[in-house]
Each structure stands twice: as C-alpha cells, then as structure tokens.
Design a protein around this ligand. Structure first.
Ligand SMILES: C[S@@+](CC[C@H](N)C(=O)[O-])C[C@H]1O[C@@H](n2cnc3c(N)ncnc32)[C@H](O)[C@@H]1O
Length: 424
C-alpha cells in the first residue's frame, strides 16, 4: 500500500538520488538535493517525488524537456558546480573506505554537453512509427527523444534517419538495442534484439541504409551492408572497430585518459595492456614501447591487428595480441615477468584476480583505468599493500549528469618495497 510522507534530504547517494531515512531504513528519492524537504509517495521501498517545499540554492531548471522521464540523465536539476563537486567526492568516499591516500586524488576533468560519441538507444516499432531513445528509469518504456543534450551533434542529427532506417526492418512491438558509434567515416549502427532478419527485411534494411549517410548496419552481429569502413583514430592510428564496439564515450576525455596513461608508461620498455578493447591505449603506447594486448573480445583484437598492420609506416613498436578471459585466467605473476609496465581497464566489476597477480609480480608501473570507484579502490588497496605507491588518481567525467565516473590511477613500485610473494 502506498503512503505519502514528507522527509528531509540529507545527502546524495552513489546513484545521484537524495537520501533520507524512514525509521531505520534509508530512502532514496530521485531528483532531490541535500537540504530539501520533499513530499514523496512511498510504494513498498520505492519513493517517487510529489513536491519540494524549500528548493536548494543548487537547484536549476533542467536543460532537457525529457529530464525526469528519460532514464539517461539523473542530475540535470543540480547546478553544474555542485554537480561537479559531488562527482569529485565519489572517489574520496571510496578511497577513504579503503584507507587509501585521498591526497592522491587530482582535480577531476569534466566533459561538456553534446559530446558523447557512443550511444546505446532502445527502439520499438509502434503503429505511430519507431520510437527511439533511452529507457524510462526503472521501466522498459522507450522515451521517444525529441532532443538530447548529451549525445554529439552528429548522432543527434542522425536520429530521424535512424528511425526511418529501423522502421524498414524492425518487427512490431519488440524493443531492441541500437548502438550508434560516431566514427571518422560516419555513424556505425548495430541493432540487437530477439528477432531474425528474413531476406526481404534484409533487402529493405540495405536499401534504407543506402538512403542515409551512415557507414554500416549490423543486425544481431551480421553485417547487413557496409558502405564505408568505419574508422576511429587512436592518436594518429586508424582502427576500424567491430560492430557495436566499446569506445570511450567522449573523444576529449579519451585524449586526457590516454595522455595520463602514456606519460606514465613512457619509461616502460614492455607494456601489457589488459582489457584493451580495440587498442585505445595500446596503439598510443606502442609509439614508444612494445605492447602485449590481452582482451576477451576476439573481434576487437582482429580490428586492432588490422589497424596495426595498416599503420605499418607510422613507427609503431611491436604489438602482439592475445584473446583471453582475464577474470577466469588472469596473467600470472610469472607471465608478467617480461613486462615493466601494466595498463588495465576492466568492466565495472574491476580486476581483483588480475590485480593480485600484478601485486605478486615484478612489474614496476601500473596505470589502472576504471569506471567504478568502489572496485578501483579495492584493487588499488591490493597494489598499495604489495608496495606500490599511489602517485595520482584523476577522476574523468565523461557521462555528464549521470552518476557514472571514470578514473585513471597511476602507481609505481617503491624501490625499497619487498614483494610479498608468500603473503599474496
Ligand atoms: C571498459 S572496456 C575498456 C576497453 C579499452 N581499454 C578502451 O579504452 O577502449 C573493458 C574491456 O574489457 C573487455 N573484457 C570484459 N571482460 C573481460 C574479461 N573477462 N577478460 C578480458 N577482457 C574482458 C571488454 O571486451 C572491453 O573491451
């Protein structure tokens, strides 16, 4: 049974919701800010906001009319300086909870609106046409976007054509994912969902693609048509990513992250780049060092191999690749022996097993890239306990108005540190 209550919001939680309490239980209230008095409807454990009686001085008018409905953004109601201060604080909390040196945390770097070059939309074909956008928070309903303030101008301009393209072949009433990667050659579209593409639908899809300026259409992993090779540039090296490939979300933020990683690896002769994707960091590091790339996604590695081959004359050192599941089978301390530098950039779960092997190895320098402050702090604790010094951690905000936050942590092994082979 639902009930209406009025609560004082104390602080923002890790997902950007205002946090209050009811009895002993915490209550998370979306779209509220610290200090506000909010009247909410409690339905079970979920709270929805009815009204705010004393808005915070940090409250602003959201820039997007879909804010509050669309699940893409959580914090457009917060003034930018307060939003940024909150984001920067996420690492402080995670680090303090692991007793890590918070003075290593550098000022965060923030992306601008309209800069995201990768979007994973949802789409559904209805009688009124295709609806395309992000899902409503906590629901499977697609919010049909009329505007969006996070995606790049090229992706935004492509939305109407994307709807026309998908209308040509999507079966009705099935929600699918549409990954759009903005590449140097144009938009690369990958559609994934529970449907099969018959021959007629495939022809319609190919014809519809030809009427757009998109470069490639892939449906459920099968390339329907590639009009041009999609290319992304990692530094001055061009790589053609596989359909729907992971790319860092904002090019300027990728540059910042890569600069931090490459500077730190500059003294390393042989670097292992783990969880390397299509080589975002590897090809840049390979300008100065040999690089061994390890990654679970074979298609990403094939893209990287081809990019390196095509780059022949660009002065890359040797790049070798290995397909491997690093969560199940991390590179062992013994296998890490030839390397003096390691970069790792795992998914949200972090890289605990791999980090234990690095801790037990002779590796001198580590660059840990992460999209999760908690798992990063856990993994860094392992390295610090094994004698690594945390030189810096730079928070990188490439998902504006969301609670997601990346970071690049740089460590080196203290000269006097004894390795704890037996303790680890
Ligand atoms: C956050 S992305 C980083 C990719 C790359 N470093 C970049 O900047 O583009 C994480 C990468 O880890 C890979 N990955 C996920 N689980 C893995 C596993 N168990 N073993 C090896 N690689 C994995 C994914 O395929 C993805 O390419």
């Amino acid at each position: 049974m639902s009930r209406t209550v009025t609560l004082q919001i104390g602080h923002l939680g890790a997902r950007g919701d205002g946090v209050s309490s009811l009895g002993d239980a915490p209550v998370f209230v979306p779209f509220t800010l610290p200090g506000e008095e909010a009247t909410i409807v409690m339905d079970g454990r979920s709270a929805s906001l009815l009204s705010i009686s004393d808005p915070s001085a940090d409250r602003v008018e959201p820039v997007c009319p879909h804010f509050g409905t669309c699940g893409g953004c959580a914090l457009q109601h917060m003034a930018l300086p307060a939003y940024r201060a909150w984001k920067a604080s996420l690492f402080e909390k995670a680090f303090a909870s692991r007793n890590l040196d918070t003075s290593a945390i550098k000022p965060a770097q923030f992306c601008e609106p309209h800069t995201r070059r990768r979007a994973v939309f949802s789409a559904i074909r209805t009688d009124a046409g295709v609806q395309l956008g992000f899902l409503q928070a906590g629901s499977n309903r697609v919010v049909d976007l009329r505007e969006c303030h996070v995606i790049s101008p090229a992706i935004d301009a492509g939305r109407p054509k994307l709807k026309a393209l998908t209308a040509a072949f999507l079966p009705p009433a099935k929600t699918v994912h549409v990954t759009v990667n903005e590449t140097v050659s144009g938009l690369d579209i990958a559609v994934d969902g529970k449907f099969t593409l018959g021959e007629g639908a495939k022809r319609r899809a190919a014809d519809a693609l030809s009427a757009t300026n998109f470069v490639r259409l892939t449906v459920n992993g099968e390339i329907v048509l590639e009009l041009k090779r999609p290319l992304v540039k990692f530094g001055d090296i061009a790589v053609s990513p596989p359909p729907g490939a992971f790319l860092q979300a904002v090019p300027a933020m990728e540059e910042s992250m890569a600069a931090l990683v490459c500077d730190h690896m500059a003294k390393s002769k042989r670097v292992a780049d783990l969880y390397a994707g299509c080589g975002t960091f590897a090809v840049r590091i390979a300008k100065a060092s040999t690089v061994h790339v390890v990654e679970a996604d074979g298609a990403a590695l094939r893209s990287l191999d081809r990019g390196v081959r095509d780059a022949g004359g660009f002065g890359l050192r040797q790049v070798t690749t290995e397909k491997r599941d690093l969560a199940r089978r991390p590179l062992t301390a013994q296998e890490l022996k030839p390397f003096d530098g390691v970069v790792f950039d795992p998914p949200r779960a972090g890289a605990e097993a791999q980090t234990r092997e690095i801790a037990a190895s002779t590796v001198q320098r580590v660059a840990a890239v992460s999209c999760n402050p908690e798992t990063l702090a856990r993994d860094l604790r392992i390295l610090v306990d094994a004698g690594f010094r945390l030189r810096s951690v730079t928070p990188i905000d490439q998902f504006i108005w969301t609670p997601h936050l990346e970071a690049v942590a740089l460590l080196d092994r203290l000269k006097s540190a004894k390795r704890h082979w037996s303790d680890l």
